[in-house]
Design a protein around this ligand. Structure first.
Ligand SMILES: Nc1ncnc2c1ncn2[C@@H]1O[C@H](COP(=O)(O)OP(=O)(O)OP(=O)(O)O)[C@@H](O)[C@H]1O
Ligand SMILES: [Mg+2]
Length: 236
């Protein structure tokens, strides 16, 4: 579905991604774990074309999207729920969801909205509330819901569990599994919560300083000594 070969991304002279190779097979949940500053968010943003890769190639369903502008990439069935949620704080929940649907055909808006409300019933109750006044967990649900409104085939999630209480984290991860299994959306998940992410993922990658250092099934990485000492200290 998504294939990255030799991706290098720079911020000015600083090389944030230093030759990344990575595959996301269709129908899968693939996760990328790594410490602060490893380059995880940069990788998701590079897939979306901003900042664009300076070297390397990104294929989406076989098509080379490396040099396409972001709006052209997003039209091809990709949605990004960015780090820190980035919902529209002064718009209502419903308006935020409408913004997510802006690139798609209006004829299926109601059905899509119902699907999002079925995944996150709290959003239905809070429809007219301003996004910025939602709790952190609710804002994360809204960010995912907004991304789903564009009917993606590939969903990019940047640290959806960040700053959330354990119970809410579990709820978010359960929904990610449901989106993948029932709605057949391929998921590429970036996380620092390595334990949850690797348990959920079919396949995982570890990034250190802009390079992939390890990859394997979620189960393999959970059992890997290096992963355990660097990302799973203290059990989880
Ligand atoms: N707009 C920018 N301009 C300059 N440098 C940047 C910019 N954005 C990120 N960087 C740098 O690129 C590197 C990778 O950052 P990135 O945000 O991709 O890391 P990350 O793995 O997502 O970290 P975190 O887990 O803290 O979110 C860091 O050294 C960061 O300081
Ligand atoms: Mg990040």
């Amino acid at each position: 579905m998504l294939s990255l070969t030799g991706i290098h991304t720079f911020y000015g002279h600083v090389e944030a991604l230093r030759g990344v190779d990575l595959q996301v097979e269709p129908g899968r949940i693939v996760t990328l774990i790594g410490a602060n500053g490893a380059g995880k968010s940069t990788l998701l943003m590079t897939i979306c074309g901003s900042p664009a890769a300076r070297r390397g190639r990104i294929l989406l369903e076989g098509e080379d999207i490396t040099r396409l502008p972001t709006f052209e990439i997003m039209r091809r069935g990709l949605a990004h729920a960015p780090e820190g949620r980035r919902i529209f704080p002064r718009m209502s929940v419903l308006e935020n969801l409408q913004m997510g649907a802006i690139t798609t055909d209006a004829s299926h808006f109601n059905a899509d909205l119902e699907r999002v409300f079925a995944l996150f019933p709290i959003l239905q109750k809070r429809q007219s509330q301003r996004g910025g006044t939602l709790s952190g967990g609710e804002q994360q649900m809204l960010a995912i819901g907004r991304a789903l409104m564009s009917r993606p085939r590939l969903l990019l999630l940047d640290e959806p569990s960040l700053g959330l209480a354990p119970l809410v984290v579990k709820q978010i991860f359960d929904v990610i599994r449901e989106i993948n299994e029932q709605q057949k959306v391929t998921v590429f998940l970036v996380e620092q919560n390595a334990y949850h992410a690797l348990r959920l993922a079919h396949h995982g990658y570890v990034m250190v300083n802009g390079k992939i250092t390890l990859s394997g099934t979620g189960r393999e990485l959970l059992a890997n000594a290096e992963v355990r000492s660097a990302y799973l200290e203290g059990g989880h």
